[in-house]
Ligand binder design. Sequence first.
Ligand code: SF4
Ligand code: SF4
Length: 351
Amino acid sequence: MDKNWSEMNKEMQALLSKEATFPEGIKKLFALRKSLFEQITQIVAAFPAEAFYQMPFAGAEGYHAKTLSYSIWHIFRIEDIVAHEMIAGDQQVLFSQGFLKAIHSPLITTGNELSGGEIAEFSKQLNLQALYRYAQEVMQSTNQILMNLNFSGLKRKFGEDMIEKLRRTGCVSDADSASWLIDYWCGKDVLGLIRMPFSRHWIMHIEAMQRIKNKLCKLARKGVDPIAPCGFSCNHCFLSAWCGSCRTAYNACSFATASPDGKCPNAACCQEKGMDGCYDCGLLEKCEKGFYSPSNDGANAAKAQALYIHQHGKKEFLKAQDRLHEKYDFAKTQEILGQDYKEGLRILEES
Ligand code: SF4
Ligand code: SF4
């Protein structure tokens, strides 16, 4: 488990277990949920629609064997059912504000009953933006419910009547792979529900989503030129767990995602000029476009690398990058290539 999330989870559980620290525990829970939800936001913002129904770990055991869309649906369907049917006793978010229709889901269940190809097929049908809005709304409405809880309410238990009520909603499939959920939830008190559907369950599925998106990026880069038009090496990029290269649909380079058309200005300019990369351009040294903007802290490093490629070729450049990484411990190339492109070029040549 991610060290930071694991720590926050432990602290939150300890704080919630005592009346004096309960309000602080709720705050910690919100902070954990916020941090986890940011991962979902970034994934939804960065990846192409097709990424959300791919199963790069199909057949494996574990949550990473699902899709990104399924994971979002599953986390928030469970939370919606538990928060509204069990704790608040009011209407689920899915059945309000037209969410069910907007998401285009053929199901109202948690999806536990689906397997293999069914998960991929189901995921293809979902409207991602509506699903994301639903997830946001569920998170916020649960936070509201949690804010109104008091310490004594944590010990509230659920009996046969709740089991019956949950069965009647039809929100949990009768299939063996799903029906156990109702007994599982009803075997817990409110504190137990906070500890699983509202926190740990998120961690497990969001970590699985990270594995899925890392793998999708890796697969996208397979067989693709690892040199970005600006001169950076995708093979050595600190963003490689998020970006599948600006030469693919999995382009999550910061300049591309910040551009209104989702295209990096350097890549677009190269395309217009019919060039493979800025390393082929006579205007390189003086260029201030996109990645080479003076305000970008990676501008000089990118330029130094593009100049190196221009003079020595891509193969030599990748070897120089390998040598730099062997010699120094760094994440961002600009940490080593400095803030002067001529100096950066010299460092690469002497590596
Ligand atoms: S951010 Fe740029 S260098 Fe890094 S992986 Fe993406 S395209 Fe490649
Ligand atoms: S003008 Fe600048 S962005 Fe365009 S190809 Fe030349 S170096 Fe690249």
